[in-house]
Design a protein around this ligand. Structure first.
Ligand code: NAI
Length: 462
């Protein structure tokens, strides 16, 4: 049986990054995935293909609705869904191919097949066809990610009731798409299909969409999405789907939403099915996530777990950091992760991004805070670009002025938020942010102004 210093099960952003870092540190590494391509959900059916579709559909909206404002005459504008999907597939192929090349270059041995523990130090890999092999590892990392949650009364059928895996590859634009769940996936893919012509209704159980964001951000964001044509139904409890109608109720009153397709996006669950965790005595927590300690070690000392399969936000960049730290800990180095500063981004138009504590959460914790807000409508670059929807909000400690968090609603919010992450990593204050020189004219000046607004000294707002 071939033996490795480290076996990583799952080749998503958590797993492959962990494998690569471990090989950089001189370990002999095996990387196993049941998909024939590396990159996991994120590269194959998640983050990357959805972004390709979001970009393509945004270009379409620009061509149809905004080009004329810029004096660009395009005549009639149409699109070819098959070509759009082909581009998305090419984007995915380029990236997964790149990861394969990197794995080769780093001498990480890749196994394709379903992995299952046979003991705490051995794993079997069963390919789709052919015979299983067994390999041994001094250390094993579980990076098996997550799968969409299925509602018992709304089971996926791969055709009408679908998960995001299918909703990135519809062959036709559905006339009426009902999205169950006003979270990240629902709003990103809902936006894509709405831009391509579907009548989209988002049905959310809670009183607001993207419920982890502050109320003022969600209020503005909801209005913008509604202006774009999305119908948003909050506080609605879905009860079933039959004969092309999704049924729900609000305050005891029945609701009906006719649908050609139903995208169920109500969250994801850790994926540990058929992994043979019992053979290795790995313990799950009460939410069926792999239980780990502060160093991501499971109940078995040589077995570790990272990414979506453990507690914490189910985000690719968080999984990557988990992976790097675990590789470093296994190699005897000082791995480090700051789980308090994981940015979250919704890639709609405009984008929504946050890091650290929101205003509502800070108030709920009874913290004494000051808020600095700056509207993009007063930012020169936003006006020039025609992207004035939204604002930047900085939440700072009222005594120390230390930045506790930020929320941004606006174009490129996902890029802009990283500046705040960096400030926060270095313990920066709102004044630090306000006194940092920002290139003019850029959207990032809105961050500086919001930093200044914390002490009521924004220059371009009263
Ligand atoms: P989510 O947790 O973001 O949103 C699910 C939404 O569904 C919530 O608003 C929830 O209240 C609602 N919901 C739950 N049960 C419901 C029901 N029975 N009826 C109606 N609404 C219901 O989960 P989502 O969007 O499925 O995404 C899954 C994971 O993938 C998340 O952890 C997310 O962070 C991650 N992801 C991240 C992306 C990004 O960073 N841009 C993109 C896509 C996914």
């Amino acid at each position: 049986m071939e033996s490795f210093d480290l076996i990583v099960i799952g080749a998503g952003p958590g797993g492959y990054v962990c494998a690569f870092r471990a090989s950089q540190l001189g370990l002999k590494v095996a990387l196993i995935d049941k998909r024939s391509t590396l990159g996991g959900t994120c590269l194959n059916v998640g983050c990357i293909p959805s972004k390709a579709l979001l970009h393509s559909s945004e270009h379409l909206v620009f061509a149809r609705q905004h080009a004329a404002e810029h004096g660009i005459k395009l005549g009639s504008v149409d699109f070819d869904l098959a070509a759009l999907m082909k581009r998305k597939d090419a984007v995915v192929n380029k990236l997964v191919g790149g990861v394969t090349q990197l794995a080769k270059g780093r001498k990480v041995m890749v196994f394709t097949g379903a992995a299952a523990f046979t003991s705490a130090t051995t794993v079997s890999v069963t390919p789709l066809s052919g015979t299983a092999v067994e390999i041994a590892g001094k250390n094993i990392v579980i990076a098996t990610g997550s799968v969409p949650v299925e509602l018992p009364f709304l089971k996926f059928d791969g055709d009408t009731v679908v998960s995001s895996d299918d909703a990135i590859a519809f062959k036709e634009v559905p006339r009426r798409l009902v999205v169950v769940g006003g979270g990240v996936i629902g709003l990103e893919l809902g936006s894509v299909w709405s831009r391509l012509g579907s009548e989209v209704t988002v049905v959310e159980f809670l009183p607001k969409i993207i419920a982890t964001f502050d109320d003022d951000v969600v209020r503005s964001f909801t209005r913008i999405l509604q202006k774009q044509g999305l119908k948003i139904e909050v506080g609605a409890k879905v009860t079933g789907f039959s004969k092309g109608v999704l049924t729900a109720e609000r305050d005891g009153k029945p609701l009906e939403f006719p649908a050609d397709k139903v995208l169920v996006a109500v969250g994801r669950r850790p994926f540990t099915d058929q992994l043979g965790l019992d053979k290795a005595s790995v313990v799950l927590d009460e939410k069926k996530r792999v239980k780990v300690d502060a160093r991501l070690r499971t109940s078995v000392p040589n077995i570790w777990a990272i990414g979506d399969v453990i507690a914490g936000p189910m985000l690719a960049h968080k999984a990557e950091e988990d992976g790097v730290a675990v590789a470093e800990w296994i190699a005897g180095k000082a791995g480090h992760i700051n789980w308090d500063l994981v940015p979250g981004v919704v890639y709609t138009a405009p984008e929504v991004a946050s890091v650290g504590l929101g205003e509502d959460a800070a108030k709920a914790q009874g913290l004494s805070i000051r808020i600095g807000k700056f509207n993009l409508a007063a930012n020169g670059r936003a006006i020039a670009a025609g992207t004035t929807d939204g604002f930047v909000k900085i939440i700072a400690d009222s005594k120390t002025d230390r930045i506790l968090g930020a929320q941004i609603l606006g174009a490129n919010a996902g890029e802009l938020i990283s500046e705040i992450v960096t400030h926060m990593e270095y313990g920066g204050s709102a004044e630090d942010l306000g006194r940092t020189i920002h290139a003019h004219p850029t959207m990032s000046e809105a961050l500086k102004e919001a930093g200044l607004a914390v002490s009521k000294s924004a220059i371009h707002a009263l």
